[in-house]
Design a protein around this ligand. Structure first.
Ligand code: HEM
Length: 151
């Protein structure tokens, strides 16, 4: 494996700030990873989340946790222009609304992004694809922040 020195930075947004999503991932990412690679990426990411500071937000039951991985991978595959698995099973994404059920703080977002970054840096794809995907996650993750740190 090559040593990866890519710097994927986390932007410091205001709580709930909805920056323009300018780097939506495309079919190039899906083609580079394949559907199986995309599912492995999401699975590895969730395995980090469930050991992280924000583990409590995620399903603790093994079967429900596996479904959460599936739904999330379905979303990312669809986002890249793949089959509409998510829409078929879960309906329109409306992700900010779906995330309202959870207390997502600015620090929670940082932990979430740090877990994703760890997985992205190990992917066997070009730096350009990693940077592009990261920019999407960096901006769009802040759309999900809905709660101040204490409260
Ligand atoms: C780019 C940003 C994000 C995307 C694309 C995304 C995507 C998703 C998707 C597709 C689901 C499944 C929804 C369903 O099946 O109904 C989900 C669920 C969830 N997300 Fe996110 N999310 C993002 C950011 C975040 C952040 C920042 C947090 C917390 C810090 C978070 C926490 C959760 C939790 C707790 C769930 C419910 C459990 C689960 O199904 O995984 N998400 N997210």
């Amino acid at each position: 494996m090559t040593f990866n020195t890519l710097e994927l930075e986390i932007t410091n947004f205001e709580l709930g700030e909805r920056g323009e999503v300018t780097h939506k991932p495309s079919i190039t990412l899906l083609n580079a990873l394949g559907e199986d690679g995309m599912r492995k990426m999401v699975s590895d990411f969730y395995d980090l989340l469930i050991k992280s500071e924000i583990a409590d937000l995620f399903p603790q039951d093994e079967k429900i946790f596996a479904m959460a991985k599936k739904h999330s991978a379905d979303f990312f595959i669809q986002l890249c222009g793949g089959p509409e698995y998510f829409n078929k099973e879960r309906g329109a994404p409306r992700l900010a609304a779906r995330h309202m059920a959870f207390k997502i703080t600015p620090n929670g977002r940082i932990v979430w992004l740090e877990c994703f970054r760890e997985v992205i840096l190990k992917l066997d794809i070009s730096d350009d694809l990693k940077i592009n995907f990261w920019k999407y996650l960096d901006v769009f993750s802040n759309w999900m922040t809905n709660s101040p740190e204490d409260g």
